[in-house]
Write a protein that binds this ligand. Structure first.
Ligand SMILES: [Zn+2]
Length: 233
């Protein structure tokens, strides 16, 4: 294996390593990304609070109605007992009984509304709980898949790194320096194969002398147009 061929192998390995590393970075970003879970938790908390206060309102109204009923009974009892004969007093009592009745009706309406509200708060709470469970299941599944991929990539990287070390042993310092410079400036395409007498990277035809030199592989030959290191495929 001549220097150009060794560099071409190195490039193949380096490109795969950098693809894997890019995917690793992407996976790490995805793992750190917020899922729908916190928002679903927040919705559930709010639904829970709304349900609790709705239930308290129903209970309060029921207590108030109860209190009103005994007041009402006392007024009616006094009204029909025959104990009160004073017409002014009787009239006051009648007015009070009527007012209590109106308040009772209003409270009953409010209670009905509060009960309906509690029912829908209950439905919203159940929906929020189901949403949260689903969000958690999705987050777990995606996390597991990403962790599995992460592990696969780490396993695949290990032999690649070993291959890289072996290839590097066959490359001299000057060739490696040129390769690194070109690898950086030519987006990972430092070495280009010669195809039908032309550089595959830029497509420009090379002289037959150049092609001959590449074939012999005694020294590094660069494309007369793009400057990449040429190699016979
Ligand atoms: Zn070229």
């Amino acid at each position: 294996m001549n220097q150009a061929q060794a560099l071409y192998q190195l490039q193949t390995i380096d490109l795969r390593i950098s693809e894997y590393k890019a995917r690793l970075a992407e996976i790490e970003r995805l793992l750190a990304e917020h899922t729908r879970v916190p928002a679903a938790e927040q919705t559930l908390r709010q639904a829970e609070e709304a349900l609790a206060s709705s239930r308290i309102r129903v209970r309060d109204l029921e207590l108030e109605l109860k209190g009103l009923a005994s007041k009402n009974a006392a007024t009616e009892e006094a009204l029909y007992s025959g104990r009160i004969t004073n017409p002014k007093e009787l009239q006051d009592l009648q007015e009070e009984a009527a007012s209590l009745k109106r308040r009772h009706n209003r409270l009953e309406d409010s209670l009905l509304e509060a009960m309906i509200e509690t029912e829908s708060a209950q439905e919203r709470f159940q929906q929020a709980a189901a949403d949260l469970a689903q969000a958690r299941a999705e987050a777990d599944a995606s996390r597991q898949a990403l962790m599995a991929e992460l592990e696969q990539i780490q396993q695949a990287l290990e032999p690649l790194r070993q291959q890289r070390t072996e290839v590097l042993r066959q490359i001299d310092a000057a060739s490696l320096e040129l390769y690194k410079k070109l690898y950086g400036s030519k987006s990972g395409q430092a070495v280009a194969p010669v195809e039908d007498g032309a550089c595959r990277a830029c497509g420009v035809s090379q002289t037959s002398a150049t092609v001959q030199q590449v074939r012999q592989g005694h020294e590094l030959v660069r494309c007369n147009n793009c400057g990449r290191i040429l190699v016979m495929p």
